[in-house]
Design a protein around this ligand. Structure first.
Ligand SMILES: Nc1nc2c(c(=O)[nH]1)N[C@H]1C(S)=C(S)[C@@H](COP(=O)(O)OP(=O)(O)OC[C@H]3O[C@@H](n4cnc5c(=O)[nH]c(N)nc54)[C@H](O)[C@@H]3O)O[C@H]1N2
Ligand SMILES: Nc1nc2c(c(=O)[nH]1)N[C@H]1C(S)=C(S)[C@@H](COP(=O)(O)OP(=O)(O)OC[C@H]3O[C@@H](n4cnc5c(=O)[nH]c(N)nc54)[C@H](O)[C@@H]3O)O[C@H]1N2
Ligand code: SF4
Ligand SMILES: [Mo]
Length: 674
């Protein structure tokens, strides 16, 4: 038996390191790497079934060509030769007639790998040579990271391991026990040393139920709450004037903004009792270090960018950014100074090209011209399941003149619309490098077994396609290992000594940064070198120079429907696994007893959830785990198993305030019995 290091490729902050036991060429066991300080030997309820998924009966094992209508999902088996020939000739024609920009490589989050997945835009070198449009991965976290960059100069904040040193932890718009549970161990370590944990979430989630205190603000009002808390702190004189003087810019202006948000006003905006706001402000004022865990949940809103921009000011007011165990952690990905330009080779583009936003696929397929999108490559994505405005996305994908190629493991709601489906390898079958966005380690993934059937990795698929199209650019043919070397070839001191050899040997490596890690010990990476309460950079794209509060924007007047992470799926990945589907049950929507009574809805009743954009079916849960005015469901269910539509039939294809992010939780719906 041999043991092979691997890395979870899924879009989860934890970036787990795993060990696969291989016997006679078969993977017989997978478990978390006990030596990895964050994985600590445990995977999760989903990935414990990863090997089962690799052998699932519905796994796609050979190329397929559509025989039915688009959307029907009927295919015939073809050979790789036929598939490559067809793609080469269709791409050639499209490029000739419309130019390379008519091609859209649509990368999803199915794999965050640098070699096979989103982080390195696998296949992008090939698309660069074609002059294809650039894909902007806006669907997940861009609003928050854009907002944070105005304040901090980076979206990278605290090392989550340092939560163990905190005395007050605010779980703000995050449900770690579901969406990345490994941070919980550090939170528990802190609690053993007396830390107090407050969850700020409109829903009493698994994590909120474990906190010492839970505040349930109205969705999309977090920036107002943050300003109210800062108001209380400043009133008490508990702001850290020394830190403010030495490390921040624009305090007098920002202080005036804080003055505009007294607790009474904030209570009205957030729907929270004034005394709870004051009490939390007082608690923050007297507790050092205070740490904020904020992830993507709170920024799936019209004002999502502003929310994170404002929230990151709080540790600037209290001086927590200077303390181990203090500050804010959103994503650690900004700390990985890998050599992306060398990997992605955007310089291979023959001329500058337009960008197309992942969030706006429907619009991209239906409304964009000059040139219109004529070829769509869906790589590790399931936009019918995961994108906003499902009906519009379906309309776009149903276009007869659109040539759609989907690289996939399973027959998803999206492959149903493909002209060609290409069988892709899973993580135990290809080489990759992963960096979690909830820790500071690079994790190595060695292929453990041969790919089943005719599956090919993304990198190999595009090497073969390049050859078929007669492309002569030598870097298109670099091997996976060469790509990994180019990625790691970075002059940044945090990567010194981390090589393919060391990663391969150890399975993972921590960035060369201090422990505890103070991300801004040498200043903030803004233009001024300070935390910018006042941002000239923000004004250049039309934003308020000061952090503030941007209200929700869905004009509907029903309940606000939040569709957060589902415990048993990862986005739509695993949505076809029989056991995980059984555990998840049918899609549910939880409503407050008052809202349920007003609509004649009882617990367990079948309901229809709708708005002007679309509708889906679910089962009602009546519970005060959600506050009045709010309803809660989850993402991840497949449309084809649930009446043909999911929550994303109701979500709007509208940009958040910053970065073009999606607004999944800024979604008003009507609910009725069915
Ligand atoms: N099991 C599982 N794990 C996952 C995923 C999954 O699908 N399933 N998805 C992965 C991905 S892609 C990502 S990006 C991360 C996302 O993980 P999270 O950042 O945790 O994002 P969400 O699950 O969208 O929302 C988190 C919490 O924010 C709350 N929330 C919503 N709106 C607001 C608001 O306006 N204010 C406040 N204070 N709270 C709000 C929701 O009720 C929810 O409990 O998780 C990853 N991990
Ligand atoms: N309502 C609602 N919708 C949401 C969200 C929400 O909070 N609410 N969250 C959004 C967020 S945060 C995200 S990140 C997006 C995610 O949306 P997507 O990026 O579309 O992610 P998935 O839906 O998981 O689909 C990924 C697909 O990639 C495939 N895959 C995995 N690995 C590989 C590989 O190595 N090669 C190939 N070729 N395929 C692979 C999987 O089989 C899966 O079908 O969803 C968004 N959708
Ligand atoms: S989904 Fe997250 S918690 Fe589960 S194995 Fe992957 S990285 Fe770890
Ligand atoms: Mo995400």
């Amino acid at each position: 038996m041999t043991k092979v290091w691997g890395a979870c490729p899924l879009d989860c902050p934890d970036g787990c390191s795993w060990v696969v036991d291989v016997e006679d060429g078969a993977a017989v066991r997978m478990r978390g790497n006990p030596a990895h300080p964050v994985t600590r030997g445990a995977l999760c309820v989903k990935v414990n079934r990863y090997l089962e998924q690799t052998r699932a009966a519905d796994r796609i094992l050979h190329p397929m060509r559509r025989v039915g209508r688009k959307g029907e999902g009927r295919f015939e088996r073809i050979s790789w030769d036929e598939a490559l020939d067809e793609i080469a000739s269709r791409l050639g024609e499209i490029r000739e007639t419309y130019g390379g920009q008519a091609i859209w490589p649509f990368h999803g989050t199915g794999s965050l790998g640098y070699i096979q997945g989103l982080e390195g835009f696998a296949g992008r070198r090939f698309f660069n040579v074609l002059g294809a449009s650039v894909h902007e991965p806006t669907i997940c976290s861009i609003a928050g990271s854009t907002g944070l960059k105005y304040t901090l100069g980076t979206a990278g904040g605290m090392d989550p391991e340092d939560f163990a040193r905190s005395k007050l932890i605010l779980l703000w718009g995050t449900n770690p026990l579901t969406s990345g549970h490994h941070v919980w161990k550090f939170i528990q370590d802190a609690r053993r040393d007396g830390a107090y944990v407050v969850a700020i979430d409109p829903v009493l989630t698994r994590s909120a139920a474990q906190a010492d205190e839970h505040l349930a603000p109205l969705p999309g009002t977090d920036a107002a709450l943050a300003l109210g808390l800062m108001h209380v702190i400043v009133r008490l004189g508990a702001h850290d004037q020394d830190f403010i003087d030495r490390h921040t810019l624009g305090w007098e202006e920002f202080r005036a903004r804080i003055e505009e948000f007294p607790p009474g006003r904030v209570a009205e905006i957030t729907g929270l009792p004034e005394e709870r706001i004051v009490a939390l402000g007082e608690r923050i004022a007297r507790t050092r270090p205070t740490a904020i865990r904020a992830t993507q949940g709170m920024q799936r809103h019209a004002g999502g960018g502003m929310a994170l921009r404002t929230l990151a000011c709080l540790p600037g007011v209290t001086g927590d950014w200077a303390l181990p165990g203090g500050g804010l952690c959103y994503s650690t990905s900004g700390h990985f100074k890998l050599n992306l330009p060398k990997l992605v080779r955007i310089d291979l583009l023959p001329h500058p090209v337009r960008s197309l936003s992942m969030t706006r696929l429907g619009e991209g397929l239906l409304d964009v011209d000059d040139p219109p999108v004529k070829a769509l490559f869906v790589i590790a994505a399931n936009p019918v399941g995961s994108n906003p405005h499902q009906t519009k996305v379906r309309r776009g994908l149903a276009r007869e003149d659109l040539f759609t190629v989907v690289l996939e493991h399973f027959p998803t709601d999206t492959t149903d619309y493909a002209d060609l489906v290409l069988p892709a390898t899973m993580q135990t079958e290809h080489l990759d490098v992963i960096a979690g966005y909830g820790h500071l380690y690079l994790v190595w993934n060695e292929p453990a077994v041969e790919p089943p059937g005719e599956c090919l990795s993304t990198s190999e698929t595009f090497r073969r396609l390049a050859r078929r199209m007669g492309m002569t650019e030598p870097s298109l043919y670099d091997s996976d290992e060469e790509l990994a070397r180019q990625l790691l070839d970075s002059p940044h001191p945090s990567l010194a000594g981390i090589t393919v050899e060391t990663l391969r040997k150890e399975g993972f490596a921590r960035l060369n940064v201090a422990r505890p890690y103070l991300p801004f010990a040498d200043g903030f990476p803004t233009t001024s070198g300070r935390l910018e309460f006042y941002s000239v950079r923000a004004t250049r794209v039309g934003h308020d120079p000061l952090p503030g509060y941007t209200p929700p924007a869905d004009p509907g007047d029903g309940l606000v429907l939040i569709s957060a992470a589902q415990h048993n799926f990862l986005n739509t990945t695993f949505g076809n696994n029989p056991e995980l589907r059984r555990r998840a049950g049918a899609p549910t929507v939880t409503v407050h007893p008052d809202d349920a009574a007003a609509r004649g809805i009882t617990d367990g009743a079948p309901i229809r959830v709708s708005n002007t954009r679309g509708a889906f079916e679910a089962v009602a849960r009546v519970s005060d785990r959600v506050r009045p005015g709010v309803a809660a469901t989850s993402k991840g269910h497949w449309a084809k198993f649930n009446g043909g539509a999911t929550v994303n039939a109701t979500v709007d294809e509208r940009d958040s305030d910053m970065g073009g992010g999606a607004v999944f939780h800024d979604n008003r719906v009507e609910i009725e019995p069915r």
